[in-house]
Design a protein around this ligand. Sequence first.
Ligand code: PFF
Length: 455
Amino acid sequence: MTRKSRETFGSRIGMLLAMAGSAIGLGNIWRFPYMLGKNGGAAFLLLYIVMLIVICLPVMISEYLTGRRGGSNPFRTFDRLAPGSKWRWIGLIAVLASVCILSFYCVVGGWSVRYLVEACSGGLMGYQGDYAGFFGTFISNPWKPLAYTMLFLGMTGLIIVFGVRKGIERMSKIMITVLFVIIVLVVIRSLSLPGAVEGVRYMFVPDFSKVTANTCIAAMGQAFFSLSIGCGCILTYASYVHKDENIAASSAWIAFFDTAFAVIAGLAIIPAVYAIALMNGADPDVSAGPGLVFITLPGVFKSMPLGGLAAVLFFLALLLAAITSAISLMEVVVAFIIEEMRRSRLRAVLISFLLCGGIGVFCSLSFGPLDGFRLFGLSVFDFFDYITSNIMLPVGGLLLAVFAGWRLKRADYIDELTNGGTLKLPRRLALTIYYLVKFVAPLAISLIFLNCILS
Ligand code: PFF
């Protein structure tokens, strides 16, 4: 495939919303609130923001810049920018990381499809037992979650078949807009409950006693995961971006949207959990881990006025967020198959579906029949979640920073960042970004790893 025949995004807003769609996902609505709950509320938020500015934003800018300059899938991009070197194998690992993430991501995507279906049919609010039982019975069933996982993956594939503009860009635009409107409605409902202010206080008053070496790695992993950096997603989307785009500004916008959305999702969930617990005279439990959204929240919805409607809206939001991220993950694999294995888009989607769905089967079954099976002491699902967020993405980010800071020439980096000097980006800012990528990001990522290994 020649460079000229490659598709591009149709508009700046379309590109921004597609990238924001990749970033905003289960990581914001499902993962962030429970990480916040587990790791000291605002203390985690502060740490997260520091990681974001010092490490993740510079790495994101570099992934974006590398992708636009290379103009291809991760494997070929590295090969073009560093011909004949081993860097292209790093590109291949990025493609594999995307496969690994999508394989467990689609399982949670499947759960959100089921919850949406149940919320719409009244089955969720009408359920009489406790929601831990509802969730547990569902995910341990050998067939049902699998069917929903495949449905979710199928919807993702269907969007991608239509290509970059007609599929990814168009659907991201619609879905992200709807998502914002919905989540704001749910926040209004959550904040208007009596006692909600306690939850808000929890989110914004830091408890530093909960900060340990593990909190640092968790905040860093969450920031990488949430921004979709380190596994070739931003790189692949950037290869569809016009040469006149302001890379630093777009990256900053996406990081801002993503963080704002995570905080908004927290505001939709945590104050509601507090308010309902206080109303029932119970202790608010926001550190319920992955079950926060699927176990605690349905109970909260059930106890509040207009809860049925809030449940439908919330699980629709969860599904939309999950799909826009899943399409970016699948597109990494699809672009690789189209360009390196010379298959049509349709075939590439089918192959990706089978690959991720195949591994997804094991992730899904690890809550049921494969419950006892352990990989390095973790269930298959937890293994993929842990190695991708806490290891593959930060290591991918580290290698990217090393590539951009040490392998690309400084002049080329600045040239790409300023679009050949045509942008009015202050030179001092461009140099600061460059040195953050060259020295600070790799050092900080390595130190956090070291600290975690030694503690
Ligand atoms: N950023 C997505 C989320 O927050 O749910 C997840 C994700 C998408 C991670 C794409 C990594 C990635 F490459």
